[in-house]
Design a protein around this ligand. Sequence first.
Ligand code: ADP
Ligand code: MG
Length: 451
Amino acid sequence: MAGPWDAVLRDEAALRQAAVVAVDAALLEGVLMRTDAEPNASEVVSYAPFTLLPSAVPRALFEQAYAVQRDFNLLVDAISRDKEFLERTLASTIKVDDFTARLFKIHQQVLEEGLAQSVFLGINRSDYMFDCGAGSLPALKQIEINTIAASFGGLASRTAAVHGRVLRVLGKPEEAARLLPNDPARGLAMGIAKAWELYGSPSAVVMFLVEEAQRNIFDQRCVENELWDRNIRVIRRRFRDVYEQGSLDGSRRLYNWEARLLLERSRAVKCPDIATQLAGTKKVQQELSCPGTLEKLLPGHAEAVKRIRATFAGLYSLDVGEEGDQIAATAIASPERFVLKPQREGGGNNLYGEELRQVLERIKDSPERTSYILMDKIEPQPAVNYLLRARSPLKASKCISELGIFGVYVRQGTELVLNEAAGHLLRTKAVEHADGGVAAGVAVLDTPYLV
Ligand code: ADP
Ligand code: MG
């Protein structure tokens, strides 16, 4: 397939020059990250890795992804409110997966006690690849929906300007002008501001719960600044700070869980609340693909159900039983067709190919297999690009891209008062990496160029 940059890619000298401009543009625009060596100081920072060229994205699939985002917001919200669904869907998983079990326990505890807040804020990011495996035309297939750690809305707001500069330097001003505006930082802040307003106290603050190592602080600052501009105060706290300023006891091993419980029991508007976090598990994703599940969760929304289902790839339960036995045997025989996923977030946990086969072979007769799901492997068409990373030599790579659409919604009681698509994120990585995002150092930021 001919790409939009075929001619440009033949002129290596021009690309080298453009790469120098690109890095400076990234620094100027604020596409920044702290360094690995100093994740908690901003004295010396670098640019977040990004592609030299924007990547071609089929316009129809891009529009399809936007069009289904509000449906997905509705769906996540419906799942988070459906105690029985979560209980039934996660029953087998929590028997063998300690992490999910702990989340679930908090969920049950707060429900028993009664929820302290009736305002709910959801920020999610639905991720897709363009599958070329089955037919001649690429199809939009969902990788997963993130209801927690839906990052890079801030830096994505600044990446298109960098790619616009690069295209102009490379003699492509018309193409530069066609890059879409994108401002998820603003869209996400709008949702947070709405929740803040409904909380109903002018002295309320928005707390960003942050990790110990804060390399990605500039991404978060983009959203923070949008809130400050609306005169909403923002504070940043680590789990440890929450725990220490609370009054709960617990062993060290437990303290993160204690902090999570403490937050969950508070009157704060949580994002995500524990039920919404559970709604984002891989097991729930797999259950959604079963016949009838979407219809039950979204009664009266036949069109939304159709749009959502069109994005699903094949997903399979490994629950104990005949169906699970069968799919496990199929995956062991043809591991290259599947991805094996545990109940974790953040990249680097999935299993592919020979490793998938070995792990499945080992756990196929044990209940442990229930802690995983199987998914059809999506096969995007690779394209050549240059991945710009500090201290990496400039070289052409065969790359694949993953498109994320941000969604934001606010519910007060039973009424959805806001439901929007809030912008997009394109991440690209070299084909040799099966797994991993930008934070894991594998994927880099990109801008879609619609074709
Ligand atoms: P995580 O919660 O770790 O982000 P994901 O489901 O997003 O888990 O998977 C991580 C990465 O693995 C994705 O960004 C994508 O690159 C790759 N991946 C996941 N599922 C598939 C799939 N079905 N086909 C091809 N690649 C996949
Ligand atoms: Mg992911």
